[in-house]
Design a protein around this ligand. Structure first.
Ligand code: TXA
Ligand code: MG
Length: 375
């Protein structure tokens, strides 16, 4: 069983496709550790996960201890293939099969009725379980070799920024986990979309790598996530697009999450309006004597850096490339966070496609609210 306490974290380097020389042996070793109830961090296409045998309550307990995560926050169970779904879900609605057909392997987590084989600790004691088949070849090979479903939250300490590289994992968990498979940076960069198909209509609990638009192309009745209120720049609170606060019990959906230590201010406007709001905030903060940094697309970062001498910037890839923005988001936040600044300023990118997940993660990283920008 995985116990808390000092230990060596064994780091095994593998190629991004898990097919390099020696990779099969490394993956087999990590799989053996999983089978033995140990903790293994591994790459997925979204973020690095911290894995344990999902059928072993003792092994899963180790995840909560290593992350210092409360038991009230349920874990996602990862499978090597769709046809294993019956091992973890008691019942699979026809819609879930259709969505799995279309989006697995990939960044979609389906909430389904939990099977007996999955102990309550995985699911915060609830009747459901989150399930996905990750697309990353190393993740799939690892889970297949382990031969057990793998429970895995993001491989960061609770409330910290999610890891998209092996270095990020070690920064949070070195010495607290048994093994880390390092396959380089994660291609998607934000977590999976969590879709509850046990309710009618099905509802997105967390936007992520599979867009609402793509899900609706299969099931138009799917409802988008509830946004928490947006704070205006004057400090009063406006109510978000859906006009409702999230339900009291939305497991794991605490407003402050994915958070850097540095104060983060995010303006809820895209393009020119967003950039102008960021510029104004940076100028105001500098006038107060604060050390400031900006999190922006490359072109915007260049323009502001030319204007504001010595401005710290981290870039999100080319403007308009939302996939580059998600891929870069957490690493860029960590880069700025390491500089010991007083404030980091950013803006959102609308709500279309991956911009919905970006707005959600930026809001959580900013402590739960976005600042409104007057038209
Ligand atoms: O992309 C991802 O989903 C990554 C990689 C490693 O697969 N995993 C991940 O896990 O983000 P985690 O634990 O950091 O976030 C999982 C979230 C929980 O916080 C919770 O909001 C939701 O998924 N979730 C899991 N099981 C659930 C359930 N039974 N009911 C409702 N929400 C659930
Ligand atoms: Mg997480």
């Amino acid at each position: 069983m995985a116990s808390e306490g000092p230990r060596r974290t064994r780091v095994l380097r593998v190629a991004a496709d898990g097919a390099g020389p020696g990779d099969a042996a490394a993956i087999a070793e990590a799989a053996g550790l999983l089978r033995a109830g140990r903790l293994v961090a591994f790459p997925t296409e979204t973020v690095y996960g911290l894995g344990a045998d999902a059928t072993s309550a003792a092994a899963v307990e180790g995840i909560f201890a290593a992350k210092q995560r409360p038991y009230s926050d349920p874990l996602i169970v990862h499978l090597a293939a769709q046809d294993e779904i019956g091992r973890v879900a008691r019942e699979v609605p026809a819609l879930a099969h259709r969505l799995a057909e279309r989006f697995w392997p990939g960044p979609l987590t389906l909430i389904l009725p939990r099977a007996e084989a999955i102990p309550p600790i995985v699911a915060a004691g609830g009747p459901t379980v989150g399930v996905r088949v990750p697309a990353h070849p190393v993740a799939r090979k690892l889970i297949a070799a382990a031969g057990v479903p793998v429970a895995a939250p993001s491989a960061n300490r609770f409330m910290h920024t999610s890891p998209t590289t092996a270095e990020h994992v070690l920064a949070d968990l070195d010495g607290r986990i048994d093994c880390l498979l390092d396959a380089g940076p994660c291609p998607v960069g934000v977590e999976s979309t969590v879709l509850d198909v046990t309710v009618s209509p099905p509802r997105i609990l967390r936007p992520g790598g599979v867009t609402l638009e793509a899900l609706r192309s299969v099931a138009p009745e799917i409802v988008g996530p509830i946004e928490t209120p947006v704070a205006s720049s004057e400090g009063e609170r406006d109510v978000g697009a859906h006009g409702k606060r999230p339900p009291a019990r939305a497991p794991g959906q605490m407003a402050r999450h994915y958070a850097p230590r540095t104060r983060l201010v995010v303006y809820d406007a895209a393009g020119e309006r967003g950039l102008a709001a960021v510029r104004d905030e940076l100028l105001a903060a500098r006038a107060r004597g604060e050390r400031v940094g900006a999190l922006l697309p490359e072109e915007e970062a260049r323009a502001l850096a030319a204007e504001l001498d010595g401005l710290a910037v981290a870039t999100l890839g080319p403007a308009g490339d939302l996939a580059a923005h998600t891929r870069r988001l957490y690493a860029a936040l960590r880069e700025l966070d390491a500089l010991g600044l007083d404030v980091i300023v950013a803006h959102t990118f609308g709500r279309e496609g991956l911009a919905l997940a970006l707005a959600d993660r930026l809001r959580r990283a900013a402590g739960g609210h976005l600042r409104a920008v007057p038209e």
